[in-house]
Design a protein. Structure first.
Length: 368
């Protein structure tokens, strides 16, 4: 009986587990709902109001005072209050109107960078660019690029001055892609995309590099970085070429990019309004080196393509009768077609010389 009662009791509890659960407590109004007061900016309020204008001004002015006195830790603590909640308060300092929330985030990023916490500094700038669109974006973008480029280096500052940090290629690429998406014009987006492409190639992420480079040439064709992007695309595809015996898709793509490059950039792009004279002159020298390299690359791709056509022609001439439909009727025409393509691909190449001899031989046979 005892065992039967115990069995029935356990069965009852398993069948009706709801009896073991306490009744849900009624929700307090607004407690469980996260209200986004500024969608997409990261600022939200949950059972609390935004900072008052008076409070915001007091904290900001106190942070400015601490910063001037060298109490950077105290200043940072006050500035970073504005990373949690938005403030549209304005203060006037020496006749200049300053946005408390926006300037606090900018100063917080500067102090984080000084401390070696580049990632937190980058995050403050990201939030600033999204939340305060009227703030000087060029100032923000310049800092974003500087931090992204520093974070992409292998020699990162030690955490707390003790523990080594190691770069994360995926995070580097995400940061640069974010800058390209945030950029509101052709000044910073191409620069971010170029850095993204270079880091992606360094990390053996060719497809990401190709995507970034194609975005430069398609979205910012007037930007001087398009010249470098075209050349890099040609090099990426050239590096994929395995030789004349393999598929020539990459050879053709590399050849097309080299030929486009040589047509578009016979003269280096003009000086940008954002370039110094010395930077422009240095870029022109590198551009001329790329142009000479592109000519060599184009000729090499043509030669590989010619060798590939020659190999196909020789194979068809020797074995075509075993797999070509109507081979008796076609005769040497299929082989002649590929021999001629070899000649046209690279007229000055050794492959073209061999192809010319074969064309003469086969035509002589056909004339008999």
């Amino acid at each position: 009986m005892k065992f039967s009662f115990l069995f029935l009791s356990l069965s009852f509890l398993i069948t009706f587990p709801s009896f073991l659960q306490s009744a849900p407590s009624p929700r307090r109004p607004g407690l469980s709902v996260k209200e986004y007061t500024f969608p997409g900016t990261g600022f939200f309020v949950k059972d609390r109001t935004l900072y008052s204008e008076k409070e915001s001004k007091r904290w900001f002015l106190q942070a400015q005072k601490f910063q001037k006195e060298g109490s950077l830790r105290k200043a940072l603590g006050l500035y970073e209050k504005f990373a949690k909640r938005r403030s549209d308060a304005m203060v006037s300092i020496k006749g200049e109107k300053i946005s408390v929330g926006a300037e606090s985030l900018y100063q917080a990023s500067i102090l984080r960078e000084k401390k070696g916490d580049w990632q937190r500094g980058f995050e403050h700038l990201q939030l600033l660019a999204k939340a305060y669109t009227s703030y000087d974006f060029e100032r923000v973008a310049e800092s974003l690029m500087r931090l992204a480029e520093r974070l992409a280096k292998d020699d990162l500052p030690r955490k707390w001055g003790i523990f080594p940090r190691f770069r994360s290629g995926s995070q580097d690429r995400i940061r640069l892609d974010e800058i390209a998406n945030l950029a509101r014009g052709p000044r910073f987006a191409p620069r971010a995309l170029m850095a993204l492409a270079e880091i992606a190639l360094k990390d053996d992420k060719e497809e990401e590099a190709v995507d970034a480079l194609e975005r430069i040439v398609n979205l910012y064709p007037e930007n001087y970085m398009s010249e470098k992007a075209y050349f890099m695309l040609a090099k990426v595809y050239e590096d994929r070429v395995s030789g004349p015996a393999y598929d020539q898709g990459s050879t053709l793509k590399a050849l097309n990019f080299y030929e486009d490059y040589l047509i578009l950039y016979a003269k280096p792009p003009a000086q940008s309004i954002h370039e110094s004279v010395s930077s422009y002159r240095a870029r022109v020298l590198v551009s001329k080196e790329r142009f000479a390299s592109a000519e060599l690359g184009r000729n090499q791709m043509r030669q590989i393509l010619a060798e590939s056509k020659l190999e196909v022609a020789q194979y068809i001439e020797k074995y075509g009768k075993y797999f070509l439909v109507r081979w008796r009727e076609l005769g040497n025409r299929p082989a002649l077609q590929f021999y001629n393509e070899a000649i046209n691909s690279a007229p000055e190449s050794d492959a073209a010389r061999i192809a010319e001899k074969k064309v003469a031989e086969l035509r002589a046979i056909d004339e008999k």
